[in-house]
Design a protein around this ligand. Structure first.
Ligand SMILES: CC(C)(COP(=O)(O)OP(=O)(O)OC[C@H]1O[C@@H](n2cnc3c(N)ncnc32)[C@H](O)[C@@H]1OP(=O)(O)O)[C@@H](O)C(=O)NCCC(=O)NCCS
Length: 403
């Protein structure tokens, strides 16, 4: 393909039809027809992203629908841009560019997806060239890309995957041939691998990206085994003792905890294991938290949070939250789990996770599963998840390149 045309999509603020009154109050290029076109293009681009990711992994559980993603596209702290390539009027390739609003930041996050029927024609290269040029123009020279890789049943990762033979069998069963050690590309951390022969790995390597880390994607079938949970709950309560008290809530953070939660969100950006991929500090203020929660309230996913208060100081020092879809047939996504450094070693991670699963069962029962991502080297977190019943279902490579 020689003439590849890349268009930018202006992401609409709402997916609802634009009311006539609104149009009349604001005449100009953004009339109703434009709005409808933008909604259609945005929805089509996100549908492609979800379909491509589901095809790679062999399941669609990680999908965030266009409506669920919309608030993130309008987060003033994490500006994003969306580009597409069309063939015969249909979107067949898309690329996203995301960064932090702080002009001093040099990091950005890029992602490219091409319809399987249009691959090996240079579309991926053209899209990545484009978003890399956008990044360079904005002074973002440190690129990170999170790329799911098919594993398990689909491409046959075997039970000795990762570096930790104690992490259980993975995949459980499956027809795919085991991936021979020579066909695995190990992360530079020494923990976890991705299949060398896959399109996304070949593409990333051909573009000069290095595999800095591998994250494990795990699934917890619901309802949780009550016996397993009870054992973890009582061990966590015993380890935490009287110094810590659990609080849970759904929806926006209660006012009294806002500054503690904002501080934990900031800490999370640099505290989680990052392998060889340096992530910049992402500062959360109370204003940002309130604004993000206001936007999230319209997304079709409710937040469920459990946090631990350090009673002597009255501060929250551990927190875990879940994004629960309104549609009960879809899985729940684990979001942040963090224990402040000074309070580690008291099983607080277990305490808040179990409290949140308990709360989920009561408040939003009937979802099929919880999904979570963890760095392969994050043994303490993987240990908690495995004890609760999470099973590995795939991996995500964290790729890095300096432009
Ligand atoms: C990775 C992806 C974007 C590549 O899209 P594409 O349009 O096929 O890419 P290109 O045609 O520009 O390929 C560029 C180079 O990547 C490498 N490559 C891509 N797919 C390959 C494959 N299946 N086998 C071997 N090499 C491959 C080759 O070096 C290729 O150059 P060549 O065709 O001249 O040999 C596409 O496979 C995809 O959407 N994968 C799933 C989503 C994903 O993983 N995205 C993350 C990437 S940031």
């Amino acid at each position: 393909m020689t003439d590849i045309v890349i268009d930018e999509i202006v992401v609409p603020r709402t997916l609802e039809p634009r009311p006539v009154a609104d149009r009349d109050a604001d005449p100009g290029p953004d009339d109703r027809a434009d709005h409808a076109d933008r909604v259609a293009a945005y929805v089509e681009a996100i549908a492609l992203e979800n379909a491509v990711q589901a095809a790679v992994l062999g399941f669609g559980d990680l999908d965030f629908s266009p409506a669920e993603q919309l608030p993130q596209w309008h987060d003033p702290f994490t500006p994003r841009r969306l580009f597409v390539v069309r063939a015969e009027g249909r979107i067949v390739g898309q690329a996203t560019y995301e960064t932090l609003s702080d002009p001093a930041v040099t990091t950005c996050w890029l992602w490219v997806a091409v319809d399987p029927e249009h691959r090996r024609r240079g579309l991926g290269t053209a899209l990545l060239d484009h978003v890399e040029a956008v990044a360079r123009a904005a002074g973002r020279t440190d690129v990170i890309s999170f790329v799911a890789s098919g594993q398990g049943v689909a491409s046959g990762q075997d039970a000795t995957s990762g570096s930790d033979a104690t992490s259980g069998s993975w995949p459980a069963e499956g027809p795919g041939p085991a991936t021979a050690p020579a066909d695995r590309l190990e992360a530079s951390t020494g923990h976890g691998w991705v299949p060398r022969a896959s399109s996304e790995v070949r593409f990333a390597l051909s573009r000069g990206y290095a595999l800095g880390q591998v994250e494990r994607i795990s699934r917890l079938p619901l309802p949780v085994d009550e016996e397993a949970l009870a054992a973890i709950r009582s061990e966590a309560l015993a380890a935490a003792g009287n110094e810590y008290r659990v609080h849970t809530w759904s929806g926006p953070t209660p006012r009294r905890w806002q500054s503690d939660v904002a501080a934990m969100a900031t800490a999370l950006s640099t505290d989680a294991p990052m392998g060889d991929v340096p992530e910049p500090e992402d500062v959360w203020t109370v204003e940002r938290l309130v604004e993000a929660e206001r936007r999230r309230a319209t997304s079709g996913r409710a937040s469920l949070t459990a946090a631990a208060e350090h009673v002597p100081t009255g501060r929250l020092v551990a927190c875990s939250d879940l994004a629960v879809p309104d549609d009960a047939s879809r899985p729940v996504m684990q979001q942040m789990t963090l224990v402040r450094r000074e309070h580690r070693g008291h099983r607080l991670g277990w305490l808040v996770k179990v409290a949140n699963l308990d709360r989920l069962a009561v408040e939003k029962p009937g979802r099929p599963a919880v999904l979570t991502f963890n760095a392969e080297e994050n043994r303490p977190m993987l240990a908690v998840n495995e004890a609760v019943g999470f099973v590995p279902i795939g991996v995500e490579g964290v790729w890095h390149r300096l432009l």
